[in-house]
Design a protein around this ligand. Structure first.
Ligand code: CIZ
Ligand code: SF4
Length: 349
């Protein structure tokens, strides 16, 4: 059993030995013990892009979750190997849309709406879903460019199918002026719409998926802060429910949240509704502001947190011994179609 300090020392030594051949991207939701070794920090898209730009990096040890490592593999070149320190680091939201379910659902959606629907998927989805969307003329979206991409989609078709996060889909369409009664939830488990009324008027089909972390922020949390600390600003991620976003002061992507706090005046007060590791780092980085989690019983993203120092060290030690373990490989056909979806996003946002 190695001590924390010993592990830190070993990771440092291996990083030094590999130099530019090794690149470690770290997602904002990663633990401090991991993020301290990140060569770049960012959201999922930024990390995939910087991995692709770092062509000297033969090994990209991705500290994030599985779908992010897949995107990095799609965007990096053939000589670069993307490695996930723990293969169990998945995303419960991405797992809510399997390719089988999506193909089956698409048949029903097409039978209902004909050729009037363009599929869009949040980047928080498997490579197979990105490929499905790309093959059908659709694109990926992130929480930073969702509005632009939904606007773009409505120029192509009368309706959109938004996978797999119903909340980001609903919040984005609502901000663009689509009334809630023109949005239908698609339940892939029952293969049916959850909608009362005439489906003809539906503009947005929301896949019934969600983030188990961001769903933990509730209207009750907002009401409690409002009652106890009325001068607090409430800032949340759009993966939170419509009701929570509606009652907050600000909502936006991870980058937006970080910028908002950085630019906030000294002494200002913030209740933040997003992943716990990020909120804790914001609290540490801004002692001149009062920052709390919107939900005091907030949990971290458990799958993200499967990447820890022991897993990072183990992966690196294996690399040092010439063993590439946990490599993430997206097959060529899937990668090609998924890349189409990603490129459309990069072009139009
Ligand atoms: O909730 C997540 O997993 C986010 C915001 C991912 C990302 O960086 O796009
Ligand atoms: Fe998935 Fe939510 Fe975790 Fe992000 S925070 S990786 S969306 S479960």
């Amino acid at each position: 059993e190695l001590s924390h300090q010993e592990m830190v020392k070993r990771v440092r030594a291996i990083k030094q030995k590999f130099g530019k051949k090794l690149f470690i991207p770290g997602h904002h939701y990663q633990k401090d013990e991991v993020i301290q070794f990140a060569d770049a920090t960012g959201d999922s898209l930024k990390l995939a892009q910087v991995s692709a730009e770092n062509t000297l990096a033969e090994y990209v040890v991705f500290c994030g979750v599985h779908f992010m490592a897949e995107t990095a593999d799609i965007l990096t070149n053939d000589n670069q190997k993307v490695i996930l320190p723990d293969m169990r680091a998945g995303c419960s939201m991405a797992d809510m849309a399997t390719i089988k379910q999506t193909e089956k659902s698409w048949k029903v959606i097409q039978a209902t709406f004909g050729d009037s629907v363009l599929p869009l998927t949040y980047v928080n989805s498997t490579a197979a879903i990105k490929a499905f969307v790309g093959e059908r003329g659709g694109a990926t979206v992130t929480s930073s460019n969702a509005k632009e991409m939904v606007t773009w989609a409505f120029k192509q078709k009368e309706r959109i199918l938004f996978l797999p996060d119903q909340h980001l889909g609903r919040n984005t369409a609502y901000d663009l002026g689509v009334p809630l009664n023109q949005m239908a939830v698609w339940n892939p488990n029952t293969t049916s719409f959850e909608y009362e009324g005439d489906l003809e008027q539906v503009k947005v089909i929301l896949w019934k998926g969600h983030c188990s972390v961001h769903e933990n922020f509730t209207v009750a949390n907002v009401e409690k802060i409002r009652a106890e600390k009325p001068d607090m600003n409430i800032l949340v991620h759009p993966e939170c429910s419509r009701e929570v976003v509606d009652q907050s002061d600000y909502a936006g992507s991870t980058t937006y949240i970080i910028d908002r706090i950085e630019q906030a005046p000294k002494g200002s007060k913030w209740a933040v509704g997003t992943e716990m590791n990020l909120v804790n780092r914001l609290i540490k980085a801004h002692p001149d502001k009062e920052i709390v989690s919107l939900n005091p019983f907030m949990c971290p993203c458990l799958t993200m947190n499967r990447i820890d120092l022991p897993h990072l060290l183990y992966t690196l030690e294996q690399l040092d011994n010439g063993n590439v373990i946990n490599q993430i490989i997206v097959d060529q056909q899937t990668a090609d179609f998924a890349k189409l979806a990603l490129q459309r996003m990069l072009e139009h946002s």
